[in-house]
Design a protein around this ligand. Structure first.
Ligand SMILES: C=C(O[C@@H]1C=C(C(=O)O)C=C[C@H]1O)C(=O)O
Length: 114
């Protein structure tokens, strides 16, 4: 990017705009895929939450999480993604899943008490 990429009216050079639009189109597609993949993942984890509540298993499984983090860090390294970022992202998602599992377990316990 140089100052010559902007015209006198402060607009963006059409070829730069075209490249920006192309890249942003791909970013939008990737974001949509991420949302759809997360939605599918949460559909599965909700079912795991019900299974755990019915069988009185704890909402969190730290041993499983630790295996997932090891695996995801390796995948991130081979994909040239920062492994620390991949770990943070997984922990963020897992924390939300555990919160859901706790809610499912609470409502299951309340239903059992009726
Ligand atoms: C989904 C599960 O429950 C929790 C959530 C996990 C996840 O989101 O990947 C992993 C381990 C558990 O703490 C599970 O036990 O598999």
């Amino acid at each position: 990017m140089t100052t010559s990429d902007n015209d006198d009216k402060g607009g963006i050079d059409p070829s730069v705009q075209a490249e920006l639009d192309r890249l942003r189109g791909s970013i939008d597609n990737i974001d949509a895929a991420v949302v759809h993949m997360l939605a599918e993942r949460f559909k599965c984890t909700q079912q795991v939450g019900v299974l755990k509540a019915v069988h009185h298993l704890p909402p969190a499984d730290p041993a499983r999480e630790s295996r997932q983090i090891t695996r995801l860090r390796q995948l991130a390294e081979s994909a040239r993604l920062d492994p620390a970022f991949a770990e943070k992202l997984l922990n963020f998602v897992i924390a939300e899943v555990i919160r859901h599992h706790e809610t499912i377990a609470d409502s299951s316990a309340r239903e059992g008490a009726v």
